[in-house]
Unconditional design. Structure first.
Length: 65
């Protein structure tokens, strides 16, 4: 399963059109699910920080061990 995240401003014309297109395209389709997740800036920063630390650790281990 693949997950993508798209930020859509529901107040703009383009945002409204995009949401309407998704609704039309995905109505009644199995295997596709729209999931709404709201994250704070702090949560996003924490996730990025953890990811960066993991990548640095992996790179260090490859180079020096």
């Amino acid at each position: 399963m693949k997950t993508i995240t798209i930020n859509i401003n529901e107040r703009t014309k383009a945002g409204k059109v995009f949401l309407a297109m998704l609704d039309t395209f995905l109505s009644g389709k199995k295997g596709v699910e729209i999931v709404e997740i709201e994250k704070s800036k702090e949560e996003i920063i924490e996730e990025l920080s953890k990811s960066a630390k993991r990548n640095i650790t992996k790179k260090y281990l490859k180079e020096y061990l």
